[in-house]
Design a protein around this ligand. Structure first.
Ligand SMILES: *Cc1c(COP(=O)(O)O)cnc(C)c1O
Length: 248
């Protein structure tokens, strides 16, 4: 056996170190404890072998944005389980159709992109069934995706409907309200966007003190997000390279 890392493994290891340093610096610059902000590698569009490399480097949580791609990758990694990959937590971060709720409830530890009452209801039903059948052991953690510009095409719940959606999630069986997520609108000033998100999170915490997660920040804007209270930055490009165009 040759234990020298492959070129791809060396490349990913070096990127992971750089992103880790960048995140630590962002936390220190913001006067925050680096342990309070999670780095969530986003592996969409990249093969299961890259996830296995990240796993070998100590990563245990991964973000995926398309249900079919994610569920086949989860299955593929299950087959590589000689490495003990059973302890991985998968996060669904992309927009979701209700008819995918059953599948998501089988593999996702958390979903960051919940933005409608109908999706909450579908996920509650699916997670409850999965809990009953042994398909999962813990409630599905839900982050509500907030729309910061009110454009329904880009996903996210408008701010004036957030409180009601949070209530519905909190009282749904099989779900656990964990916090909020947002992606700044295209062309928007990230400072203003993340400030608005942080204000919405502060409001939410008054009624839902356990909803402490704030999923905000990506490759291009993680420093700003950390300044505005992010607890989880979702990073793809800086770790794995650029994706094909139109890859959201
Ligand atoms: C793809 C994606 C990311 C990662 O974005 P990068 O700019 O590649 O770091 C983060 N969040 C969501 C919702 C995504 O779809």
């Amino acid at each position: 056996m040759n234990d020298a890392p492959s070129p791809r493994a060396a490349e990913i290891a070096s990127a992971l170190t750089s992103v880790g340093e960048r995140l630590t610096r962002a936390c220190l610059d913001a006067g925050r404890d680096p342990d309070d902000v999670q780095l969530l590698p986003v592996t969409k569009f990249f093969p299961a072998s890259d996830v296995a490399i990240l796993y070998g480097l100590g990563c245990r949580e991964f973000g995926e944005s398309r249900e079919q791609e994610a569920s086949s990758k989860v299955a593929e990694l299950g087959e590589l389980d000689a490495a003990g990959i059973g302890d991985v937590r998968w996060h669904m971060i992309g927009s979701v159709q209700r008819n995918k709720a059953r599948s998501i409830a089988q593999w996702a530890y958390a979903i960051h992109s919940v933005d409608s009452p109908r999706l909450v209801d579908a996920l509650a039903k699916a997670a409850t069934a999965a809990l009953g059948e042994g398909g999962r052991e813990q409630p599905l953690r839900v982050l509500l995706q907030v729309s910061l510009d009110g454009d329904p095409l880009r996903g996210g719940v408008p701010l004036d409907e957030l409180a009601e959606l949070a209530e519905r999630t909190e009282s749904a069986a099989g779900l656990e309200l964990s916090g909020l997520m947002a992606v700044p609108p295209l062309g928007a000033d990230p400072e203003r966007a993340f400030a608005a998100l942080q204000a919405a999170h502060t409001d939410l915490l008054r009624g839902h003190p356990a909803a402490t997660e704030l999923s905000a920040g990506m490759t291009g804007d993680l420093e700003v997000a950390v300044r505005y209270g992010s607890t989880c930055v979702r990073v793809g490009t800086a770790l794995l390279g650029s994706r094909p165009i139109a890859s959201n």
